[in-house]
Design a protein around this ligand. Structure first.
Ligand SMILES: [Zn+2]
Ligand SMILES: [Zn+2]
Length: 156
């Protein structure tokens, strides 16, 4: 995980394959893939912009045909982040599905200021250098949170 290891086989998932990979990763961490969790993940996975717990609660409410409280969604998102199924985009105060749930990376996010779309990059050499610099400064348990803001190719 993370680190400065060389290139490795890295599967980016989408659609059904992503849902399958997410279910597997959650079950491997000893958690159950409940219907509610599946619905929250589905609502998250269909978005290409980071979504807030409130936005997702609306989608899940529509999906289930009954009101789902943002708090319940928030707790599930928190679980997803802990189990590597989702990422929190700090500068947007929102969440994105992790496209590689079975694989630990310190993702780098590029967020468009104009349309809000988020693109993600994995560059272990870059995040490894940041971790190294933080360790040299005496930091332990370093977890890079790297978000770059700008204008995406569609908007520029
Ligand atoms: Zn990544
Ligand atoms: Zn854009």
């Amino acid at each position: 995980m993370g680190g400065m290891s060389g290139p490795h086989v890295h599967h980016e998932h989408s659609g059904h394959s992503l849902v399958k990979a997410a279910r597997l990763a959650l079950q491997e961490s000893g958690e159950q893939w409940t219907e509610m969790r599946a619905d929250v993940f589905a609502a998250l996975a269909e978005r290409e912009r980071p979504a807030s717990a409130y936005d997702l609660a609306e989608s899940v409410s529509a999906l289930r045909g009954k009101r789902v409280a943002p708090n319940s969604v928030y707790r599930i998102l928190d679980l997803f982040v802990r189990t590597n199924l989702a990422r929190r985009v700090e500068s947007a105060n929102a969440y994105l599905a992790n496209s590689h749930p079975g694989c630990r990376h310190d993702c780098i996010f590029l967020i468009c200021d104009s349309c809000g779309k988020a693109i993600h990059l994995d560059d272990d050499r870059l995040t490894g250098a940041l971790i190294g610099a933080a360790r040299e400064a005496g930091f332990a348990d370093v977890r890079p949170v790297v978000e770059l803001r700008g204008t995406c190719a569609d908007c520029s």
